[in-house]
Design a protein around this ligand. Structure first.
Ligand code: AMP
Ligand code: MG
Length: 334
């Protein structure tokens, strides 16, 4: 048997953007840069294209896809927006915010995993925006990783884990935020809820809607079928390295242990004093945007070392720290 070809990484020249747009219009899938993490995009109105996304990722059919748009004019064809949704769209789009709204018949059931709601986002990354515009299509795009694994924040991450299952990767540089979008449930505008924390904080969303706070729902009510399972993509174990991850409020590392083979220590900020070969930090000064941006890349790098265990310190504070700790909790879940 011949080995499948490696996916090619394309730079975003006008020629390659036109070419990749044609591929998308023809029903192919293309990995794309976004400001959150890299996505695996396909025509959201073409069930065949979306089936390729599920197949490449090994994603279960009950986990719906987020649909990406270039302009607000695309909304009515996809969903029934409400005033609360338009308020958030005007404030945060283009940006890392996804809105869950009642869907129209144009959206294939495959995209929404049979739900009568669809998740929509207008991304900010300039290359992805140009590609969206060139296709003239809404593009469904989950994170471009095998299901359950750490989300990719560079084109090289995508190539390393999906390179033999897809053909086209558009390189837009390292993702600026490094965490998946904030998801807000607005199916019923009277009962908005945060389904997934992200860079746009629950506080910021609540404030924009003129509320004191928003519930952070385990989104069981959005499932197509009732059941004991947690909400799609909100699985306890997700974004996970293969190496066991152990979380700590604060790591106090005895000198001798800093060099224990097979064990990595990940601090939020550069620890004072002597550091061993197995000592890492997410941001020199522990600043949360830097921590978020580097988290997945560092977990991937450490996971490739075949260690026995990765110890990670939790982020401190609320807001962005909540989103970081949400991903850490899932990475550590067994
Ligand atoms: P990903 O793009 O891989 O980060 O995953 C997208 C996630 O968006 C899914 O796993 C769900 O958690 C969420 N999502 C997408 N569509 C819906 C929907 N119609 N209702 C609720 N959540 C959704
Ligand atoms: Mg994902």
């Amino acid at each position: 048997m011949t080995k499948p070809r490696q996916a090619r990484i394309y730079q975003g020249t006008p020629r390659t953007l036109a070419r990749l747009a044609r591929r998308l219009q023809q029903g192919d899938v293309v990995a794309v840069p976004t400001e959150t993490v890299y996505g695996l995009a396909g025509n959201a109105l073409d069930a065949g294209a979306c089936a390729k996304i599920f197949a490449a990722k090994g994603r279960p059919a009950d986990d719906p896809l987020i649909v990406h748009i270039h302009s607000l004019a695309q909304l009515p064809a996809l969903c029934r927006a409400n005033p609360a949704a338009l308020t958030l769209a005007r404030k945060f789009w283009p940006g890392p915010l996804t809105l869950v709204l009642p869907k129209t018949d144009a959206v294939p059931a495959l995209v929404t995993a049979g739900r009568d709601s669809v998740a929509i986002r207008m991304p900010r990354h300039p290359l992805f925006r140009r590609l969206l515009k060139a296709t003239g299509l809404p593009l469904a795009a989950p994170s471009a990783n095998p299901f359950g694994y750490i989300s990719p924040t560079t084109a090289e991450h995508v190539q390393a884990s999906l390179g033999r299952r897809i053909r086209y990767i558009l390189d837009g540089g390292p993702a600026r935020h490094g965490l998946e979008s904030t998801i807000v449930d607005l199916r019923d505008p009277r009962r908005p809820a945060i389904l997934r924390p992200g860079v746009i904080t629950a506080e910021a969303v609540a404030h924009a809607l003129g509320r004191r706070r928003l519930p952070t729902a385990p989104a069981t009510s959005t499932r197509a079928q009732p059941g004991p399972q947690v909400a799609p993509g909100l699985l306890a174990r997700h974004y996970s390295p293969r190496t066991p991850v152990v979380l700590h409020d604060r790591i106090r590392l005895p000198r001798a242990e800093a060099d224990t083979p097979g064990v990595a220590w990940v601090f939020q900020q550069r620890p004072k004093g002597r550091v061993g070969a197995n000592v890492h930090w997410l941001d020199p000064r522990g600043r949360l945007p830097g921590v978020a941006r580097r988290l997945f890349a560092l977990l991937r790098r450490l996971d490739a070392l075949g260690l026995d265990c990765i110890h990670v310190e939790r982020a401190r504070g609320g807001g962005l720290a909540d989103a970081i700790n949400d991903r850490l909790r899932r990475a550590a879940a067994r």
